[in-house]
Design a protein around this ligand. Structure first.
Ligand code: PGA
Ligand code: ZN
Length: 409
């Protein structure tokens, strides 16, 4: 059965309920992005502008109940076989028929049903199916928001911090807490508002314009790390530039508040950034269509930092394969809803690991309280995980799930 619920931005999303033979009900719900790559699998939304501005999911519910349920129900849950069936039922390369939101809700529900039958935690089932050793990922925690996740004119979308050493979840939370709360005080004392953006990071209106604004943001991050009692060796910075947002495809320029940059200029800017700041990784440093820019970026910086592809790869094995062949990036973001089934997301992750790319499982900016992505990251042995800041219920649900999982490992 499907239900229309609401995500953390207040938009409708899909919840799936699956009743087991003994009456137990497993549930799943799916997230949605704001900075959505053009090549992501498609969501099925109602499109009637008079209701929820077209974003309702009643068609997805109807699809779930009349097409997917009859094909999957009354059978022993089997994630891999059922994901294949979903792909077959859909029959398009981008879930244009059933919708990736519909298929992913079903895929997660099937995984939970199978885990229930086998008496396993969700992550343990995935680890068994994909023959992985369950592993706690390292968390990249988004503490300053910009881009499409905040209304503050900061073009880079995510400024994240990460403990530089592999530490347990309690210590991770403790470090993140200290830096986050220190940043709040620093911003407040500097006269900035401390309201938060979509992923729970602060969203201050920083004064300098253009490229300089990114420096101002990074200066605050470094100050927060140091004032919290750490060094830049203890805590690293990870960025998601989400460059689609400021790329003008017509002129092939990256436009940052009056600065017009070629791909090469932008690479030079990143070179400057990594000289000045302890940057571990830059995600989507170039736009999804700028493969040449991506190649240049990888050639120049690939041996210095991690370059993560999100919109350029959209969790697609085909696109990732092209990236590996053409020397694009050395890390890949894995978002299950960019493809629409757990198996396809795992396939992209496995391809990334085999190519020695950094693998980062990721939530979306519009989330529900479903913590599945935490189980996915652990069970599929993703090296890293992005689930936003350590505030807001829908983000904290994932950290709390990791804390619980850690106790069972
Ligand atoms: P999104 O942002 O969920 O809005 O796409 C997350 C990201 O770009 O990594
Ligand atoms: Zn991204």
């Amino acid at each position: 059965m499907g239900r229309q619920i609401f995500d953390s931005r207040g938009f409708p999303t899909l919840e799936c309920l699956l009743e087991m033979e003994d009456g137990f009900v497993v549930q799943s719900s799916v997230p949605a992005g704001a900075s959505v790559g053009h090549y992501e699998a498609l969501e099925l939304r109602d499109g009637d502008k008079k209701v929820f501005n077209g974003t309702g999911v009643l068609k997805a519910i109807y699809t779930l109940e009349t097409i997917i349920a009859p094909a999957l129900c009354q059978k022993a849950p089997d994630l891999i076989a059922m994901d294949e069936l979903l792909i077959e039922l859909d029959g398009t390369p981008n879930k244009a028929y059933l919708g990736a939101n519909t298929t992913l809700a079903a895929s997660i529900a099937v995984a939970r049903a199978q885990a229930y039958v086998q008496g396993l935690y969700d992550y343990a089932l995935l680890a068994e199916l994909f023959q992985q050793k369950p592993t706690l990922p390292r968390c990249m925690v988004n503490i300053l928001n910009g881009g499409m996740h905040a209304d503050n004119g900061l073009v880079f979308q995510e400024f994240m911090i990460m403990p530089s050493q592999q530490v347990g979840m309690n210590e991770t939370m403790s470090i993140i807490f200290d830096v986050y709360q220190t940043l709040k005080h620093l911003l407040h004392d500097a006269g900035h508002i401390t309201n938060v953006g979509d992923e729970g990071g602060f969203a201050p209106q920083l004064v300098p314009k253009g490229l300089k604004k990114q420096y101002a943001a990074l200066d605050f991050l470094v100050q927060a790390i140091e004032r919290a009692g750490f060094t830049v060796e203890d805590v690293s910075i990870c960025l998601d530039a989400a460059a689609n947002y400021f790329y003008d495809a017509k002129t092939k320029r990256y436009v940052i508040e009056g600065d017009f940059l070629t791909s090469a200029d932008l690479v030079s800017f990143y070179e400057e950034l990594i000289k000045r700041y302890p940057i571990f990784s830059i995600e989507d440093g170039m736009s999804e269509d700028d493969w040449e820019g991506w190649q240049l970026l990888t050639e120049k910086l690939g041996d210095k930092i991690h370059l993560i592809g999100d919109d350029i790869f959209v969790t697609s094995t085909e696109k990732l394969m092209r990236g590996v062949e053409e020397g694009v990036a050395n890390g890949v973001l894995i978002k299950p809803n960019q493809r629409g089934t757990i198996s396809e997301a795992y396939a992209a992750l496995a391809l990334g690991s085999n190519a020695e790319y950094l693998t980062i499982a990721s939530h979306r900016s519009g989330e529900t309280n479903d913590p599945f992505i935490a189980d996915f990251a652990v069970g599929c042995a993703a090296g890293y995980l992005k689930v936003g800041a350590c505030v807001r219920g829908e983000r904290v649900a994932k950290y709390n799930r990791l804390l619980a999982i850690e106790k069972t490992l």
